[in-house]
Design a protein around this ligand. Structure first.
Ligand SMILES: NC(=O)c1ccc[n+]([C@@H]2O[C@H](COP(=O)([O-])OP(=O)(O)OC[C@H]3O[C@@H](n4cnc5c(N)ncnc54)[C@H](O)[C@@H]3O)[C@@H](O)[C@H]2O)c1
Length: 357
């Protein structure tokens, strides 16, 4: 690493995802420094900075000013989906690398435009898919690679909960879709990364959105979606995402091999088991109640991969290199392309063949 230099970060968006990333920066102060935070709501900037004991930083409420004025290496975009495109383009044109939360953008052409602007500017796009660095999934991968379950034939991966807290998740214009783009992006990008994007065909089905939804009738996007993919090596995968799952966020990944199977439960498998009559302050994301038996998460942001993901990006920037497979701009773009094709498959009831292999 060069001269003990620290990566200078401008963080834009100081709410939920901003906090996830701040935990990452807080734990890699040896190589990174958040020099500025931008959010249109000044009180959120202050709350985030206070929560992490940040004193020496600049605060901005206008992202256009921030990307022009802040002397930084990378702009980390933790904004609602519909803003990823315009803010990434502004940051790249101002000469910064960008980290972009999922999904890369709300529309495929916006995602393509982000990558074009990065190429023009000679800057990199880092795609923040935290599952790649979830320690339990990394351990599962080690077990698979050592041959402990034979050849993996089938992967079933899902992220489901009872509905997004964000008002921006309610319309297609702001979100890009429904539960599939908002939640399904994790299991989808994860299986695509495992197979280096070499998918051959897919079929998908969704609840359709609005009145056709199972529960969320006022939500424009779908509240249930499933997509089956086949890969070049013959592996099949079922990716599922829905907003009809009560009881806390469900992130379960199953690997079926010729000589065994592995199940990873990212959210409900805490080693802590608690029975509480008054309830605990927090057990797991989206849990409606915490009384009775619960499994309070332990170091959730580390175990879901956010901490190691941020360190990886900082190391890549210092070494002037692209992120690993699954975390590059092109991986974010491929995930977005596949999501769009899955929506097309569901809408038109047809199988889609990958014409880019
Ligand atoms: N990787 C994950 O697990 C994960 C989890 C949650 C959210 N996300 C992603 O992170 C992104 C942000 O999600 P969130 O839940 O934090 O969103 P949010 O809607 O809760 O908050 C976004 C923040 O952006 C600010 N903002 C909105 N418009 C702005 C503007 N024009 N200029 C400056 N600030 C503005 C808001 O004030 C708010 O503080 C989304 O793309 C979401 O998909 C990822």
């Amino acid at each position: 690493m060069k001269n003990n230099r620290k990566v200078k970060v401008l963080l834009i968006g100081a709410a939920f995802a901003g906090d996830l990333h701040m935990t990452g920066y807080d734990r890699c102060r040896d190589i990174a420094e958040v020099v500025a935070i931008c959010d249109k709501d000044q009180s959120k900037i202050e709350a985030l900075a206070n929560a992490y004991g940040l004193e020496d930083y600049a605060a901005y409420t206008d992202y256009k000013e921030a990307v022009k004025e802040v002397d930084c290496d990378v702009v980390d975009i933790c904004l609602p989906n519909f803003l990823h495109h315009e803010v990434a383009v502004a940051a790249l044109q101002a000469g910064h690398h960008v980290i972009i939360e999922k999904p890369l953008a709300t529309k495929l052409e916006y995602g393509e435009h982000i990558l074009e602007e990065a190429k023009k500017a000679g800057k990199r796009v880092y795609y923040a898919e935290d599952w790649i660095f979830a320690p339990a999934l990394m351990r599962a991968k080690e077990l698979i690679d050592e041959g402990s379950i034979g050849d993996v034939m089938y992967i079933r991966a899902r992220e489901c909960h009872s509905g997004s807290h964000s008002p921006f998740a309610q319309t297609i214009e702001y979100c890009g879709g429904g539960s599939f783009i908002h939640l399904g992006t994790h299991p989808l990008a994860y299986v695509l990364a495992l197979k280096e994007n070499r998918w051959t065909e897919l079929v998908a089905m969704t609840s359709g959105g609005g009145e056709s939804n199972m529960i969320h009738k006022t939500m424009e996007g779908e509240d249930w979606a499933a997509c089956i993919l086949k890969f070049e090596d013959g592996t099949a995968a079922l990716v599922e995402a829905n907003y009809v799952t009560v009881g806390g966020m469900e992130d379960i990944i199953d690997f079926y091999g010729t000589e065994g199977r592995i199940q990873v439960d990212l959210t409900m498998s805490s080693p802590v088991k608690c029975f509480s009559i008054p309830g605990v302050s927090y057990s797991v994301e989206k849990a409606e109640i915490t009384t009775g038996w619960s499994r309070p998460a332990v170091d959730e942001k580390y175990n879901l991969g956010y901490v190691s993901e941020i360190r990886h990006f900082m190391e890549c920037i210092l070494e002037d290199k692209d992120a690993m497979v699954g975390l590059r701009g092109i991986d974010g773009l491929e995930a977005l392309r596949v999501m769009n094709l899955a929506y097309e498959s569901a809408r038109e009831g047809k199988k889609i063949v990958n014409d880019r292999l």
